[in-house]
Design a protein around this ligand. Structure first.
Ligand SMILES: Cc1cc2nc3c(=O)[nH]c(=O)nc-3n(C[C@H](O)[C@H](O)[C@H](O)COP(=O)(O)O)c2cc1C
Length: 201
């Protein structure tokens, strides 16, 4: 898969984004990670991980340390305000982008082409370039607005992998539930993984 962008928004379920970053990094993919401002706050609240906001290189090291990665090599953090970052341009080769978890606000921006900050612009670029954009929405219940935005995003080419773990694999822990959803994302990206036992295995 190669070069990937992961955006962690302010929907509940920062654990999905974090597990995905961990797995893609361990598999040797080059990553640009953007936490939206709400994503940074919800991650701090849910997981206790405080993303440093002064220097993206310090943030990348802090992220790698939190995830216990062997190193921060190949891991880059960009801030939403950094509109001049490479991922804002279609001429930068990004092979895939995942928004996990994806808030309803971010979904609305994607569905309507708002491109208001780096993360939204990066998603807009993936759609216009016809490159894989995976959204992992989390909200309940879903309003008609949410459902219409999901449809618009899917019509524009986004792949929707809802944060809906299955139970046929007999999960025993929260980790198992998280791994199921993240494994589904990796399946879409065609990245090999052993996060869950496949049906029939
Ligand atoms: C603790 C917490 C949990 C939230 N959970 C969700 C959620 O599951 N889904 C959602 O769409 N918004 C959720 N929100 C609201 C979003 O964070 C909010 O709409 C924010 O503006 C989204 O901004 P972003 O898309 O730039 O990250 C939550 C907010 C907080 C504080």
């Amino acid at each position: 898969m190669g070069v990937c962008t992961v955006v962690v928004t302010g929907a509940s379920g920062s654990c999905y984004g974090m597990r995905l970053i961990e797995q893609l990094s361990l598999a040797g993919h080059e990553l640009t990670v953007v936490f939206t401002n709400a994503g940074r706050e919800v991650t701090a609240f849910e997981l206790g991980f405080q993303l440093p906001t002064e220097d993206p290189r310090v943030a990348a090291v802090a992220l790698a340390t939190y995830l216990e990665l062997p190193s921060a090599d190949g891991l880059r953090v960009a801030y939403p305000e950094q509109l001049f970052d490479a991922i804002a341009s279609g001429s930068y080769r990004t092979d895939a982008m995942v928004v996990a978890p994806c808030s309803m606000g971010f979904l609305a921006s994607v569905a309507h082409g708002m491109a208001d900050d780096l993360s939204e612009r990066a998603a807009d670029v993936m759609l216009k370039e016809r490159r894989p954009l995976v959204l992992v929405p989390r909200e309940a219940p879903l309003s008609l607005v949410h459902l219409r935005n999901l449809t618009s995003a899917a019509e524009a080419g986004a792949i929707i992998v809802p944060a809906m773990p299955a139970f046929y694999a007999k999960p025993e822990s929260i980790d198992d539930l998280v791994n199921f959803v993240v494994g589904k994302v990796l399946d879409v990206l065609e990245v090999e993984h052993h996060l869950f036992k496949r049906w029939g295995e």
